[in-house]
Design a protein around this ligand. Structure first.
Ligand SMILES: Cc1cc2nc3c(=O)[nH]c(=O)nc-3n(C[C@H](O)[C@H](O)[C@H](O)COP(=O)(O)OP(=O)(O)OC[C@H]3O[C@@H](n4cnc5c(N)ncnc54)[C@H](O)[C@@H]3O)c2cc1C
Length: 393
């Protein structure tokens, strides 16, 4: 997205909040400058696959993917506040750049958590540099919210596993080099009989069954496994641990979906403020009308509330070293729902221009929608929060 002359970049007032230290402030400022530089803005988005590859390479060259993957195999720690700041900043500038960054982390999170040293050494440096693209393959046609209904199977065959089945809605599907795949190994019924594996795009028996087009174009596909034989050394963790590994990965990255939503919402508010200050009507500016001011007040308050929940979750994980299952779910639910409302308000303030193809608020309107669905729909987040409350209270 290009930045109108009246906008210089996201407002970073919240970097003064006590969740952050100087390393976070320095990173956000550096990334914001990078997102405005030719290295990012000159990337042509007409071909989404090519754009994603180039964005990932640019982020890798600038060292920014280290934030999503951990700095190195000896320093694998992921700082959630940096991940969230990265996603908030990139989402403000360019939804596809945010997506490209996030998938490198989500696609390899399980490898970093549970992969063997050899597997980590083979995959992580290539993903961190932007040479390889990564994907996370959990969902299936009949197993989205209901992960326990997973049918894609992996059966042991000597020192190999053979995978059969399909995964769908796989971000980076079709362009990824490495996939973290969850498949039923049958140690127990439901989620306790799932294991996690690493599959490479050139493994025999792996193919792309279908590419999927969505309202905000991103690389997305259904992947197929037909007698796909992979070494047992590519299993992540123990047999039957796959669901736990998936949830641990999502626990790291779920708050970052909230951060991306905050970035989209802040951009919508900035666009709305800029437009309302300029648009003349009824002998005044749109911004002078009290109904406009009420809308702007609601938008700004909602965004700050969502931002507080987001960085509370990230800070709790980084600093307090506590589980953030409940806090990340609260952040994801609130930020994505708030962002949808904020962006819708921004579209309304733009009038007819708001729905014109190519307008930034129109693009944001399409970008935000899927965030309320993936990595656990809002309804699923409510159930997670309630389950945690009932466990502890
Ligand atoms: C753009 C996009 C990218 C994605 N990327 C990935 C990816 O990279 N990897 C991956 O594995 N998956 C990915 N997904 C899949 C995503 O995680 C699923 O779409 C999501 O989990 C919902 O599953 P479903 O689509 O099967 O909907 P369903 O499970 O059929 O749910 C439909 C709706 O039912 C409601 N619902 C859910 N649970 C309950 C309940 N208990 N009670 C009442 N209502 C309920 C919710 O509103 C939900 O949206 C992606 C999806 C999209 C749209």
């Amino acid at each position: 997205m290009t930045i109108p002359a009246t906008l210089t970049g996201p407002s970073w007032d919240h970097l003064d909040w006590p969740f952050f230290d100087s390393s976070h402030r320095e990173f956000a400022t550096r990334l914001d400058a990078f997102a405005k530089s030719d290295a990012m803005t000159m990337i042509d988005h007409t071909d989404v696959d090519a754009a994603c590859r180039r964005l990932v390479r640019a982020l890798g060259d600038a060292g920014i993917l280290k934030v999503a993957t951990g700095a190195s195999e000896t320093d694998p720690l992921i700082d959630s506040r940096l991940v969230c700041l990265a996603r908030e900043t990139l989402a403000w500038h360019d939804g596809l750049a945010d997506f490209a960054f996030a998938m490198q982390g989500l696609g390899t999170g399980a490898i970093g958590l549970s992969g063997s040293a050899a597997l980590r050494a083979a995959v992580m440096p290539k993903v961190r540099s932007g040479e390889w693209l990564a994907a996370f393959a959990l969902s299936e046609k009949d197993a989205g919210s209901d992960v326990a209904a997973m049918a894609c199977a992996a059966r042991p065959d000597g020192d190999h596993y053979i995978l059969d089945g399909e995964k769908t809605w796989i971000s980076n599907g079709g362009i990824a080099d490495v996939y973290t795949v969850f498949a039923r190994t049958g140690e127990a019924p439901g989620t306790r009989g799932i294991s996690a594996f690493v599959v490479f795009a050139d493994d025999p028996g792996f193919s792309i069954a279908e590419r999927i087009d969505v309202i905000a174009p991103h690389p997305l596909a259904t992947t197929r496994f037909e007698s796909c034989r992979i070494p047992a050394s590519r299993r992540l963790g123990d047999p039957g641990e796959g669901f736990k590994i998936a949830m641990r990965t999502l626990d790291i990255f779920r708050a970052s979906v909230a951060a991306a939503a905050v970035g989209f919402a802040r951009r919508a508010l900035d666009e709305a403020l800029s437009h309302a200050r300029e648009r003349q009507m009824f002998g005044a500016k749109l911004a002078d009308l009290q109904l406009t001011q009420a809308a702007l007040g609601d938008m700004a308050t909602g965004i700050d509330a969502a931002t507080l929940l987001t960085y509370r979750a990230a800070w709790r994980r980084d600093v307090q070293k506590l589980s953030t299952t409940q806090e990340a779910a609260m952040a994801k639910m609130t930020a994505t729902e708030t962002a949808q409302t904020v962006i819708d308000r921004a579209v309304q303030l733009f009038g007819g221009r708001g729905v014109r193809t190519g307008e930034i608020v129109e693009k944001l309107y399409r970008e935000i929608r899927a965030l309320r669905i993936y990595e656990g729909a809002t309804e699923v987040q409510k159930l997670i929060i309630a389950r945690e409350l009932l466990k502890t209270k």
